[in-house]
Design a protein around this ligand. Structure first.
Ligand SMILES: NC(=O)c1ccc[n+]([C@@H]2O[C@H](COP(=O)([O-])OP(=O)(O)OC[C@H]3O[C@@H](n4cnc5c(N)ncnc54)[C@H](O)[C@@H]3O)[C@@H](O)[C@H]2O)c1
Ligand SMILES: [Zn+2]
Length: 386
């Protein structure tokens, strides 16, 4: 098998603000990510989606009034009946009770096993709808229609689906790939500023783990990205999807490499869970978590202080927190031991730099997964928590 290639990023190659496709190569589960403006208004966007008697557009009470009509109009030619289900909005509803509302509607409507689910919304709607699609009648097709920056650059791509459990985030889930991802850049215009920043966290993440040329570009364009310059957003979404597709094609079910996408997430998930879901946004936890993980990488000799300072400046310039909430070091450690990457209670971190610099490590752009002495993690927490 030939490994997929990630073509180098050229700062001069700003993406056109017209539709572009990124393919994700997973054999018979391969699919396209369509990126561009105006996609939801164009029935041609969805022309290749599976046909069936019924489709259900799962969304939430915030996104439904903004975009559900466009999607229903665009997909109506494919189905006899299209219904919309608007779930309550918020990470706190990414749970079993809310998931059941999807099954209630499907069963109440005698939806058969060809019924197609459309996930219209951010990562919460995407993760829940994907999980519902994986489970309903042991699997029905679904399409991701991400409307947040975070969902367009990360959660809608790669087939991870889940709900939260009171004892842990994303603990109940499945790997289940969509048929298509439609990232309409126009939807980003209604996104609250705080949510835009949260999406930038996942974009920044791709630099230190895979592509420092992209990191340089984000640094140079962070103000324009926050100002929602269409060409800059198109470029950032496309490059992020290319990197994610490249990682997922090599390791669909996170046997190893895919875990690098969790850079910043070990600390970030602890913040999210420690404060209670919904207090900090996922992307905010990731932003601050990347700063903490960079400090840890530096203390273990994988990167120098200049890199930590650079990453911290960029996270801050993206409008994200760089100081963690004071949960107490013991609570942080307890929460991180419950992380999915932990093995037998040993916390595994995604570090920047594949090895200590003194041992020939490559530094930023190359990651590794590693444990760390508890005393060093405590030092990091002391340095990074307010
Ligand atoms: N599956 C994965 O691989 C993966 C990866 C990263 C994150 N996630 C998950 O994604 C979730 C976070 O996703 P998110 O940041 O998109 O949060 P979200 O889904 O809660 O959306 C954020 C907010 O924006 C609103 N919104 C969505 N689109 C809008 C639009 N176009 N205009 C105005 N408001 C809009 C939503 O209603 C919500 O209030 C977390 O649960 C996280 O665990 C999953
Ligand atoms: Zn994330």
């Amino acid at each position: 098998m030939t490994l997929p290639v990630l073509h180098p990023f050229h700062a001069s190659r700003v993406s056109p603000v017209s539709t572009q496709n990124v393919s994700i190569d997973l054999g018979d589960r391969s699919y396209d990510i369509a990126i561009g403006p105006g996609l939801l208004r164009n029935p041609a966007t969805f022309a290749a989606c599976p046909k069936a008697a019924q489709a259900l557009v799962v969304t939430n009470t915030t996104v439904s009034p903004l975009y559900a009509d466009r999607v229903v109009a665009a997909i109506s030619p494919l189905y006899k009946q299209v219904q919309v289900l608007a779930l309550p909005d918020g990470e706190q509803y990414k749970d079993g009770a809310t998931l059941n509302l999807i099954y209630d509607r499907l069963l109440g409507n005698t939806a058969d096993r060809k019924t197609v689910l459309y996930a219209l919304g951010g990562g919460v709607v995407g993760d829940m709808t994907g999980f519902a699609a994986a489970c309903y009648m042991r699997g029905v097709p679904f399409v991701q229609v991400p409307t947040t920056l975070l969902a367009q650059v990360d959660s809608s791509v790669g087939g991870k689906t889940a709900i939260n459990h009171p004892l842990g985030k994303n603990m109940i889930g499945a790997f289940y790939q969509p048929q298509l991802v439609v990232a309409d850049l126009d939807t980003l215009n209604t996104l609250p500023e705080r949510e835009l920043s949260a999406g930038l966290a996942e974009i920044i993440k791709y630099g230190p783990i895979a592509d420092m040329a992209f990191f340089d570009w984000i640094e140079a364009n962070i103000a324009g990205l926050r100002a929602r310059d269409p060409a800059l957003l198109a470029t950032a979404v496309r490059r992020s999807c290319e990197i994610k597709a490249w990682v997922v094609a090599q390791d669909e079910k996170e046997g190893g490499l895919r875990a690098i996408l969790n850079f910043g997430h070990t600390f970030g998930h602890a913040i999210e869970a420690g404060l209670g879901y919904g207090e900090w946004l996922h992307g905010e936890g990731v932003g601050c978590g990347m700063v903490m993980a960079a400090h840890l990488s530096q203390r273990l000799g994988h990167v120098d202080e200049a890199f930590v300072a650079r990453l911290t400046r960029l996270v801050q310039a993206a409008g994200l927190p760089i100081v963690g909430p004071d949960l107490g070091a013991d609570r942080y450690l307890q929460l991180m031991r419950g992380d999915k990457k932990s093995e037998g209670g040993d916390i595994k971190f995604v570090l920047i730099g594949d090895a200590p610099l003194a041992a020939g490590g490559k530094g930023p752009g190359a990651p590794c997964m590693k444990g760390a002495p508890e005393s060093v993690v405590r030092e990091v927490l002391a340095a990074c928590v307010g």
